[in-house]
Design a protein around this ligand. Structure first.
Ligand SMILES: O=C(O)c1ccccc1N[C@@H]1O[C@H](COP(=O)(O)O)[C@@H](O)[C@H]1O
Length: 208
């Protein structure tokens, strides 16, 4: 099966277009004020309007209020929610929208323990942060801790770039990889060359 690719932290319409044209499957919009990649609803609207069809639009939140999530869903055609904080299963399931839950691989709790709580999640995004700390750190985690689960949809994130994504896929065999800082020149500013190199590497390892 082909490895899907999500490019997260898009802040400019043209970066979304470049990511889509390079072949990514999903783009992520960060709605958390603590991130340098945070976008307003107006910015997100412009990014989404510029996208071609068939690209999944993911809205990323970190411990949001219910009103923040509802405001985004009311204003924008969001396909998938991504909760990257300490949100409960009950909170994540409240929006009648598919969601993926970030799993903190820097946490004392095992990924399996964290996933067990979220029976309704569409998938899990394993990132290198500790619970309570911010994601999007640009750091990898120990891929040997990848869960051996076959019945859940698992997405790999954390410090990926064109130099390590092939090895990461070989070792973990994720459903998708998710990248932010590894395809940037500075936070929130995507680099077309790095995006293309990243997509090329994913295709190369998939074809072997
Ligand atoms: O991108 C951010 O700024 C961000 C902020 C808070 C939580 C998550 C965030 N991004 C997510 O983290 C992964 C890993 O990022 P990186 O590739 O290590 O920079 C990213 O793919 C986003 O899903």
């Amino acid at each position: 099966m082909r490895t899907r690719v999500k490019i997260c932290g898009i802040t400019r319409p043209n970066d979304g277009v470049v990511a889509a044209e390079a072949g990514c499957d999903a783009i992520g919009l960060v709605f958390w004020g603590g991130s340098q990649r945070c976008v307003s609803l107006q910015q997100a609207e412009a990014i989404i309007a510029a996208l071609p069809p068939m690209v999944t639009r993911v809205a990323l939140f970190v411990d949001p209020s219910e009103a923040e999530v509802e405001a985004a869903l009311a204003a924008l055609p969001i396909d998938l929610l991504q909760f990257h904080g300490r949100e409960s299963a009950e909170f994540c399931a409240r929006f009648q929208h598919d969601y993926i839950k970030a799993i903190a691989m820097g946490d004392a709790q095992s990924p399996e323990q964290q996933m067990q709580k979220h029976g309704k999640a569409k998938g899990f995004l394993l990132d290198s942060h500790a619970s309570g700390a911010a994601g999007g750190s640009g750091k990898t985690f120990d891929w040997s801790r990848w869960p051996g689960l076959k019945d859940r949809t698992l997405l790999l994130a954390g410090g990926l770039d064109a130099t390590n994504v092939a090895q990461a896929i070989k070792q973990t065999r994720p459903y998708a990889v998710d990248v932010s800082s590894g395809v940037e020149t500075s936070p929130g500013i995507k680099d077309p060359k790095r995006i293309q190199e990243f997509l090329n590497e994913v295709s190369r390892v998939d074809s072997h």
